[in-house]
Design a protein around this ligand. Sequence first.
Ligand code: ZN
Length: 416
Amino acid sequence: MIKTSYIDHHAHVYGTGYKSLHPKLDHTNSIDEVLTVIKSILSKLQPEQWVVARGWDQNKWQEKHFPTYESLDALSSTIPIVLIRIDGHALWCNSKALELAKISKDTPIPSGGDILRSASGTLTGIILDDAMQIIYDAMPKEHSHSIKQTLLAGLQEFAKYHIGVHDMGIPAEYWEPYKELYLTNGDILPRAYVFLDMSKPTGRTLFLERLQHEIFDDSTHNNLKLVGIKLYFDGALGSRGAHLFKPYSDDTNNYGLKLTDDTDAIELMSLAAERGLQIAIHAIGDAANSRALELIEIVKHQKTTSKNTIFRIEHAQIIREEDLERYRRLNVWAIIQPQFYQSDYQWAIKRLGAERIGNAYRWKSLLEAGISVLASSDSPVEEANPYTGINLLQSRSYERVSFEEAEKMYLESPLD
Ligand SMILES: [Zn+2]
């Protein structure tokens, strides 16, 4: 067994593998650069295939606003093209992809998502958060063999740095391939702690199904564990999906997205808490963080909740002063991504304004408030290199943490 001392507390193994096996858009700095990459893929395509690539970020472009389907249609209007934003919270589609997913200007907008339209009501090709599932459902289904290959490619990225990983949210389809991989190769694979994604219908079904068994975790090797569930309470800051108390400073009617309604969240959390599982809640905006704490407080005080339950807030990115104390009191883990600070800071200040940015990317203040802070890359959003994170954590004048504190954030918790 590989002894890995560091662990990435929040990443996406499949997404990481997918990215390593597909053309990347991370280094593109303009729409034209994105289009050049896509053009090169189009010529190598098999019939029936969709063009899918990940990593664009309009904040790095001169125009700064979301692109539209038209520029992709100029490359092809007969082959479906879907480009995933760097953070995985927005899709940029051409008209063929929209057509195959049966999205029209009259498609009702699912709660917790958005289908962006122009001022005149026509589709723009940008699909946000929970609405993205409509596109994913229209894509050709992947075979279990290729899922296994992709997971393996993802795990290799973590193995490169000799670290383990918390895989933050899989649909049910990945679990059998995961088990098969570890059954044959478990000794040489990094430790993976897997969470089921409650925003995916199959993830939810598998969770409820596993609860019927005496042993929740039916993994096949010591290096693989099924440990809990992941819920989404909001989207991301870059696509203005983070749920805020006050509107975005650069979009003054927009408060972001509130995902998963309270009743549904409490029900899922209660079931997981009875089993003493880990409950990971994605919360970026200050309103999402506050709501997560509120619901955690309710579930924590239920009689059926096991003492072993771990409550964790993923990203913990914008937190009001008064909520720091609630984090501590409720013993909620804060899972941060140091690299986000470096990647997002330029535009984050525009989203939040000069005052509110003080509540964002709080590293030292979380520690000083007595909160358990753990670090991660959110790979494939950022590279899975823990040393980059450890360096960044020591780099700021305010919110700077020491080397020892930074390293501790990447160490495995005794509860794992
Ligand atoms: Zn993530």
